[in-house]
Ligand binder design. Structure first.
Ligand SMILES: C[S@@+](CC[C@H](N)C(=O)[O-])C[C@H]1O[C@@H](n2cnc3c(N)ncnc32)[C@H](O)[C@@H]1O
Length: 337
């Protein structure tokens, strides 16, 4: 893949954004030529939206569930006039929020560095802050889960969403410690760290997997992803493009399985459908997963685990997908939230 797509270097608003968009260059190269109306379902600091507008999109509808992300864009979004429309909401409702046939949809999953870097949002185990982790700033917080959920539910979250092998040990330690409520990120990080071996140089912080798991639970991220992919399928025109950037293996597996099933390349299909049913592809896969190149890694260490998948919508009618068929972890299938 050639990474020669234009970046919005000459866009004055780009200099104001504190966030370096991950994988923007391969994304723009992969979806070129960019035309028509796009939805950016994870607007964040607006790096993708600006990139798409600079590359030729006639309009971008930016969606984010974090009111602060949209508030921060107020200073520059008006420079684009009606070409940039911002909407507060979740990408699981992408089709109803955009309410028009789309030429493209991008999703850049997870939290933004803006969110992680603000200790008061409670995403970071490196800086002390309230144990919050709510992207939307509403609903159940990480402290609510940690202090109220049964031990077995906490263990399931850590195991299924963080692939944490010490999930039961950590859940037990949390329940023991919460006699004095656990209200801050550093206190939780310390409780988790005591359950695990001291990391060797170069290894990640022992609380990394537990914090990822709790964040996913608080924001119902996997249910959002499964519903968001369905919503994108409904919203895209025939020929429209879907591009998704993921940051960890469970997330990438869901996207990969969705695209396999929706493109008729599901080797397990006979488990779910009668052999006589010939699935009509709703997407054509445009490439295998694309990872960061050396330039990107040098610019942006956060891109280390990023994967980009791109597919083109066909004219086949949209269908709703069974979360079990695309490996959505059990908790989200049961609709815990
Ligand atoms: C990795 S950042 C996106 C950064 C963006 N591509 C940019 O260039 O600035 C992810 C953003 O998506 C938002 N987000 C995550 N899940 C969401 C969901 N289900 N619906 C809407 N927004 C979501 C987060 O609040 C965050 O602002």
């Amino acid at each position: 893949m050639e990474h020669n797509a234009p970046l919005p270097d000459s866009d004055p608003s780009a200099r104001r954004a504190p966030h370096i968009p991950v994988m923007l260059r391969p994304l723009l190269a992969g979806v070129a030529p960019v035309t028509g109306i796009w939805a950016d379902g994870t607007f964040g600091a607006g790096g993708y939206a600006r990139g798409l507008l600079a590359a030729g999109a006639t309009k971008v509808i930016g969606i984010d569930r974090d009111p602060l992300a949209l508030q921060l864009a107020e200073g520059w979004a008006a420079d684009y006039g009606p070409r940039l429309e911002l909407t507060l909401g979740t990408f699981s409702d992408l089709d109803t929020l955009t309410n028009q046939p789309l030429d493209g949809v991008v999703l850049d999953l997870g939290v933004s560095s803006m969110q992680i870097d603000q200790p008061e949002r409670g995403f970071s185990f490196q800086k002390d802050g309230p144990l919050d982790m709510r992207m939307s700033q509403s609903g159940e917080s990480a402290a609510d889960i940690v202090n109220r959920a049964p031990e077995s539910a906490i263990a399931d979250i850590l195991y299924l969403y963080g692939e944490e092998r010490a999930s039961r040990r950590i859940a037990r330690a949390i329940v023991e410690a919460r006699k004095d409520p656990i209200l801050t990120t550093l206190r939780l990080a310390e409780i988790v760290a005591k359950c695990l071996p001291r990391p060797k140089p170069g290894q990640s912080h022992p609380a990394t997997r537990s914090f990822q798991a709790l964040r996913i639970a608080v924001n119902a991220e996997f249910a959002q992803l499964a519903q968001g992919l369905d919503a994108a399928e409904r919203a895209l025109k025939p020929g429209g493009l879907l591009a998704v950037v993921t940051f960890h293996s469970i997330e990438d597996r869901i996207v990969k399985r969705f695209l396999q099933v929706a493109s008729g390349q599901d080797s397990n299909a006979n488990r779910y459908a009668p052999a006589t049913t010939q699935a009509i592809p709703r997407f054509d896969l445009l490439s295998k997963a694309i990872g960061p190149d050396d330039d990107e890694l040098a610019d942006n260490p956060r891109a280390r685990s990023a994967k980009l998948r791109i597919a083109r919508r066909t004219a086949a009618p949209a269908q709703s997908i069974d979360p079990a068929q695309i490996d959505v972890p059990l908790l989200d299938r049961k609709g815990r939230r």
